[in-house]
Design a protein around this ligand. Structure first.
Ligand SMILES: *Cc1c(COP(=O)(O)O)cnc(C)c1O
Length: 407
């Protein structure tokens, strides 16, 4: 209930409970780094900063909301949380959060990932969660899918449907979402709020900010507190740029419409840029960016022109990630690599024009469980996927037909 209240809150500030702050202290505040070695390698006059969320135990920004969600559920007497996970980043964050508050956790993991990427599953199990390959025999929906195809590889849509069914059929269990919704974005603003203080300490302020967008939570967390300064007119020239894959180009190509957040059409309708709830993106390595929609708040800001959006192919993205690893040392997640690419492009533009801009990017997590993707890139086996126009067209035909009373 507290999370639902936060979802629709009109408050300016919502305090972080002391119990949550105590856990955040395990890795927060996260460092704001100046990428001096990258600047030197690019010979750019620009200054490049990044906020590093990879220092959290699960290795990304995701525990910022997982810990908060587990806390409010524990407070309200919930015994178990259920969720879905693709490659396992969200699942491992919630396993970590529930573990620290003594809750049980059931995670439906897309079967192909469960079989191909065992390490995140092992992490979830190490933190005491139960990880089930989806589709499973645990739910009615899973059984239907398995009857149709006993070898069904699963999808995020199916896994969401199983997790929701599990929650609604068990009194003591609640469903949890790791991105897109307002309360998730709210929890992530701890990143941007810390970052503003760190920029103050450095005596600097960004001219342009970059972040990768899957559902929008790490981007919003890092950038929304700064966008506040732009909206109040304090920093009117601040540019904020979201980065996404060309294979799943929500903010750069999709229509702005009402759609479901999940494939099984169980969520309320959300107004967002959407490729259609039935759209299944090509199998790019940045699994966390393969979502058909984006956070409604972020979509609204894009629609209003407060933010910009760019899209990249995965080979150019990995090339940028390698440059970053060989200068700054950090091996970033394939998702994060999308904004690293945008940052390098911007820094090189500064080199041409001689502009001494201050560039920032949200470094959302490490790629230590994604080395298979780096291996494929280094072996020159990585392929780019063109914009899947046909399947997008097919999925867009399935958008719900609604006439909203309020625009
Ligand atoms: C999940 C994930 C993302 C994408 O999710 P958002 O909600 O858009 O932030 C980006 N980076 C990393 C490291 C992730 O784990």
């Amino acid at each position: 209930m507290e999370l639902i209240k936060q979802e629709v809150s009109q408050e300016r500030w919502i305090p972080i409970p002391e119990e949550v702050r105590e856990i955040y202290r395990l890795w927060r505040p996260t460092p704001l780094y100046r990428a001096v070695r990258l600047e030197k390698a690019l010979k750019t006059p620009a200054k490049i900063y990044y906020k590093w969320e990879g220092v959290s135990p699960p290795g990304s920004h995701k525990p910022n909301t997982a810990v908060a969600q587990a806390y409010y559920n524990m407070e309200e007497g919930v015994a178990r949380m259920a969720t879905e996970t693709g490659a396992g980043q969200w699942g491992s964050a919630l396993a970590f959060g529930t573990c620290l508050f003594g809750l049980d956790c059931t995670i439906y993991m897309v079967r192909v990932s469960y079989e191909q990427k065992p390490y995140r599953r092992i992490l979830m199990e190490t933190w005491g969660a139960e990880c089930i390959p989806s589709p499973s025999k645990r739910t009615k929906f899973g059984k239907v899918m398995l009857k149709k195809d006993p070898k069904c590889p699963g999808s995020l849509g199916i896994a969401i449907s199983e997790a929701i069914e599990d929650a609604v059929t068990h009194e003591d269990t609640k469903y949890s979402l790791g991105s897109v919704l307002n309360h998730v974005l709210l929890h992530q603003t701890v990143v941007g709020l810390e970052c503003k203080k760190q920029f103050e300490m450095a005596g600097d302020y960004p001219d342009v900010m970059f972040g990768c967008v899957g559902g929008g939570s790490n981007f919003a967390g890092a950038c929304f507190p700064f966008i506040g300064d732009k909206l109040t007119g304090e920093k009117p020239d601040l540019r904020v740029v979201s980065c996404e894959p060309k294979a799943c180009p929500t903010l750069t190509k999709a229509p702005y419409a009402y759609d479901f957040g999940d494939t099984a059409k169980t969520t309320p309708l959300l107004k967002m840029y959407t490729l259609g709830h039935e759209f299944i993106p090509p199998p790019i390595h940045a699994g966390g960016l393969r979502y058909h929609g984006d956070a409604p708040l972020l979509c609204k800001l894009t629609k209003e022109g407060v933010m910009e959006a760019v899209a990249f192919h995965q080979t150019e993205v990995f090339k940028a990630a390698i440059t970053f690893a060989r200068t700054e040392g950090i091996v970033v997640a394939p998702e994060t690599a999308h904004c690293v690419k945008a940052v390098i492009d911007e820094a090189l533009r500064c080199k041409k024009t001689g502009k001494k801009k201050t560039i920032f990017f949200a470094n959302s997590g490490h790629g230590h469980f994604d080395l298979g993707a780096y291996d494929a890139y280094l072996a020159k086996k990585l392929v780019d996927y063109e914009y899947p126009a046909k399947s997008v067209k097919k999925a867009l035909a399935k958008l719900p037909k609604v006439k909203p009373k309020i625009e």
